[in-house]
Design a binder for this molecule. Sequence first.
Ligand code: FE2
Ligand code: FE2
Length: 284
Amino acid sequence: MTGFVVRRLLIDLDAPFERHWCGRDAFRTALFNALSMSFPVGEQFFIDSVRRGLESLDPQRRQAFEPDAGGFIGQEATHRRVHALFNAQLERQGLVNDWAPRAAARLKLLEGADPRHWLAITAANEHFTAILAEWLLRNDDVFVGTEPRLRTMWLWHSAEESEHRSTAFELYRALGGDHAWRIRWFRRVTTIFVGDTVRQTVANLRRDGTLWRWRTWRGAAGFLFGRRGLVRQTFAPWRAYFRRDFHPDQLRSDLSSQWLRENAAAWSVAGGPATASSAISATR
Ligand SMILES: [Fe+2]
Ligand SMILES: [Fe+2]
């Protein structure tokens, strides 16, 4: 394991952005806003899962996992900070985050549970973020007409999600996590994630005043089920998780490294594998 670079994104999120920032499309904007609302709570849980998993390993294996775990924690901590700034703008626009408190209450029930449960939940969520990330990197024209800084934010997050897609999965396996529980949690996470995404997207559209517009749902149908639609193109990779011999790296493409290479001016290096242990302790 070689670890991941932790990047600092060089964009300004203090300036407000337009309400329908995603290509002036109400549905796409509401959906991405919903996802962003879930990130700070969710990503803190992923960080805690990986840290707990790491602490449960014997010292020798812990050392081997430390670079990747440190990179994972550093990247997710940066995502949390950036999306908190983005979410603060959404709040100023009058949107209300109902997802975060619901998720926080649910995660409270897991206190004291075996770290493998936490990691199975994290690995399942990481599969969702990785397939969504890969889809965004492949279909970046969804951001046509979007402010460059926001487009950069989403594609940078996507590139890093794709990059660290295997960390939680491998820790789960290193701790003896089995196939049956991996699948059980994946089913539950699918139901919860899809349910929460729909609820928050609809709530965002309602508060935005665009829920009952024909144009909103015509846009949604094309975006989700069109030829290059999100649901249509992510169904097969979603299903791949059920395979007994599944590993997240099987779905890896070079889109992530390509984006990072071509957009090197958008970020600076905040830390690398060498700073893994400081990332592990800094986000406590
Ligand atoms: Fe993330
Ligand atoms: Fe992640």
